[in-house]
Design a protein around this ligand. Sequence first.
Ligand SMILES: [Fe+2]
Length: 328
Amino acid sequence: MFLSSSVHKFLSFMKIQEIHNLFTKMGMDADFRGKDGVQKLLNHKKSKFQKLSLKEQEEFDKEALENPYLDSGVYNIADDKEIKKVLVGIDIGPEEILIAKELGDIDLVIAHHPIGKGLAQLADVMDLQCDVYNFYGVPINIAEGLMRERISEVARGVNAANHQRTVDAARIMGVNLMNSHTSSDNMAAHFLKTFVEGKKFERVGDLVSVLKEIPEYKEAMKIGVGPKIFTGSTENRCGKIALSEITGGTEGSPKLYERIANAGIGTVVGMHISEEHKKEAEAAHINIVIAGHMSSDSLGMNLLMDELEKRGIEVVACSGFTRFSRIT
Ligand SMILES: [Fe+2]
């Protein structure tokens, strides 16, 4: 029997915090560490918190005890109503807040990239990368050792930003605002891992062709930013493929390429790569396939937005977000 897609939808509008909680739960379910691994990390933070002095406990951000992805959160609740229509973008700035205001019927703006406190705490989620590298065979002590400096470098790098610019615009304009970063990236990484592992191919060129079947990448090809080989060539054999550069805040340590090569990885699929990272990957003979930045971010956000759409919430895309629904 044929069922139209609307049959699978049910009207169940949510409030802003419920949406944030739903995305966090989805992110935990898709996390490389597994839901239990993420819970273990939260428990570890709680036991550390209990050992702090009262003054230190006062200064401690209690959200860190509940939210494993501090690069994601709710930044402005101007009207805590049931959400029926959202404006979603990869980068949300004051411009998009004005667009939401101009459209007039947007209940909530959802950013992908961190803003406000989420941006200030971007480095906090990068520990996840240690577990991702460990999953692909790098000893945890080496992954942690190499990531430690990189994490503090990122923390210093975001420290000087104008974190509250977009949040202030939302507050002044009375616009509800939140973001989802690592939950979304976890969804994209999990999807790509399952997708790639479910296919049979030998060479890097075949891997790129397979990625191009994904709607977000097919769409990105139209503007010249489809999946590309950054190091290696189409004729190179893939070897073991790692989806190690999709989630975990931002780029990890360039020194890890040699280690992942030693761990038996031949090809890495990532969203984006710096020149320094590219050089190190080349030196380690790792093939790097860059799936695309906005397109990969869109993939993760689409998987989250499908859950909102199922509940009858309308999704309007802006700022580099390409909407593809996978609701069947
Ligand atoms: Fe991104």
